[in-house]
Design a protein around this ligand. Sequence first.
Ligand SMILES: [Zn+2]
Length: 349
Amino acid sequence: MSIVVLQLPDVKRKTEVRPRKCHYCQGETFQRWGGVRKPVRDSQYRSVQPYRYRCCNCQRTFRHYPAGVARADQTQRLRKLAAIYWVLGLSLRGVAIALTPFGIKLSHMTVWRDLQAQTEQLEKQRRWQPVRVLGLDGAYVQGWDKRKHPVLVAVNLGWSQPVAIGYIDEYNPQAVRRFLEPLVQRLGVSVVVTDDLASFRSVTQKLGVEHQVCQFHVRRWVGRTLRELKETVPKDWEWILVEIKSLLEELPPEGSRRLYELWKQIPERRVGQGQPLSPLSQVRALLLRLSEHWPSYRVFDWDKDVPWTNNGTEQVIGRMKMRSRTVRGYKSWSGMHAALTLAGSGLAW
Ligand SMILES: [Zn+2]
């Protein structure tokens, strides 16, 4: 159960604070030309009083607005209030109706444009906050499940906040790279945490960032593979399966070398084309794969900021999904994008 804390931006009717810089030329000395009355749409005020200033340097005039007000008629407080209503489950028309007790008339299209503007603004803000450890995971979102693939969500694991959302096929390395590369460059990411998909592995290698693979995922698929192999490998080789299991539980630094030694101990058997691999050949393939991937299993051991599972990402996604469940507007990607971004931002919680 979330506790709703409405923190709305403050709106001032007037400001006595003078502008610091000219909007046009960066000049710093002005003449005040008096106040003007600007009608606004707000939960409290009908109008505010910006001042007009003339720049002594370039002679141009501009308006200097009080806090919470910009060029648009809607104040920042009203925009946020509308976004909260929407995230809490009202339709665009419902938001417009809910604002009428405040004496405010807004069209549902204005509500929609404001929601998108806020989504963009949130994303822009996040693009300037450095992220050292980034979690990535796919999310199946209610109302969107019928689509071909999940939504990919990138999470700042330092602050447990979503950073970016993309409608991207996580199995396609080119698509993952197009999503991840600008994030890595802009945010200065040094470690990416994911589950065990090959696409994530190849992209992190190409981008030159460290890769921590979620150990819950690895244990799950390796455990399943080992149980299946136990039924089929010759009894005198069963000890290898036991050793693989304990290596994965302990994740020692020398694990990669040890797995490689085990790999060398199993004789290679050539099989004809199209024939299935023998159980022992399957063990060899498993040993080689684990040995090669070993460094990506244990970044957390030498970098204390890195978690050993991707649970943190899954929790953030779960929170976003829960909070955006009520939002109407999943029919379009922009609607869902706005819903997940605004709901995940801690906008109203
Ligand atoms: Zn100027």
